[in-house]
Write a protein that binds this ligand. Structure first.
Ligand SMILES: [Zn+2]
Ligand SMILES: [Zn+2]
Length: 238
């Protein structure tokens, strides 16, 4: 059946549209151009670190100096070049087809931190933004992630309590101030997180202000351990 479908609708590279053998992947050249994170990573944000590690937890400079209320975190891609184009296409250009393959990359990146009893929880967007974009890319990723990782999805446990200005172009302190208290447990459905381990899912981590605000909201809802996974991490040298 799969084969029949593929003959009618051949698979195309997510980035350049070239025909590819595997459904929902990248062609060879685009794969090589996409900065997948491999090797030793910061245990809180997933940014790549030099060296090989000795099994001990390591943190990047940012995560040693900024409050990171969550337990552990991973990212699949560095937010630059081809990865940045894919994230922007998913976010702004209705390329919802990117969510499934991207979530598979995220499952791979987060394999060390995911446990079977976790609940995947997307970072919420304010409803006014939802009206304009029609979908929440974090919710699409969380849905696919939960499917591929075989964990529960709790999609509506958090809400944007107020509209926040876009974070783009803001400095770190401004980002944290902008987000403080902006994410809250849903008045009724937040209870679904009580006593649960949570995996927060978002498209991009920049300062970590959004993930920190969401982690606090999960804790306020009674969640146990909160971890994070993002499709892409903005690293300092990008
Ligand atoms: Zn390609
Ligand atoms: Zn870090």
């Amino acid at each position: 059946m799969q084969r029949a479908i593929r003959t009618i609708f051949p698979a195309h590279c997510l980035a350049c549209g070239t025909q590819v053998i595997d459904d929902g992947g990248l062609c060879g050249p685009c794969w090589r151009d996409t900065p997948f994170i491999v090797g030793l990573v910061c245990d809180k944000c997933g940014t790549p670190l030099p060296g090989f590690g000795d099994g001990h937890t390591v943190l990047c400079d940012d995560c040693m100096t900024i409050a990171r209320p969550w337990h552990r975190g991973r990212a699949a891609l560095l937010y630059r070049g081809q990865a940045r184009r894919l994230v922007l296409a998913l976010k702004h250009a209705d390329r919802t087809d990117i969510a499934a393959p991207a979530a598979r990359w995220m499952v791979k990146a987060a394999r060390d931190i995911v446990t079977p009893t976790m609940a995947a929880v997307p970072i919420p967007v304010h409803w006014t933004r939802m009206v304009r974009r029609r979908y929440n890319q974090a919710a699409l990723l969380a849905n696919e992630f939960a499917h591929f990782a075989g964990i529960d999805l709790v999609s509506d446990a958090l809400i944007r309590a107020r509209f926040t200005q876009l974070q783009d172009g803001k400095g770190r302190d401004a980002r944290f101030a902008n987000l403080a208290g902006a994410i809250q447990p849903h008045p009724r459905r937040g209870a679904a997180l009580a006593g649960r381990d949570v995996l927060l899912v978002d498209d991009v981590m920049t300062s970590g202000a959004t993930l920190a605000a969401a982690t606090r909201a999960c804790h306020a809802a009674g969640a146990r351990r909160v971890s994070t996974v993002t499709l892409a991490r903005v690293a300092k040298d990008t």
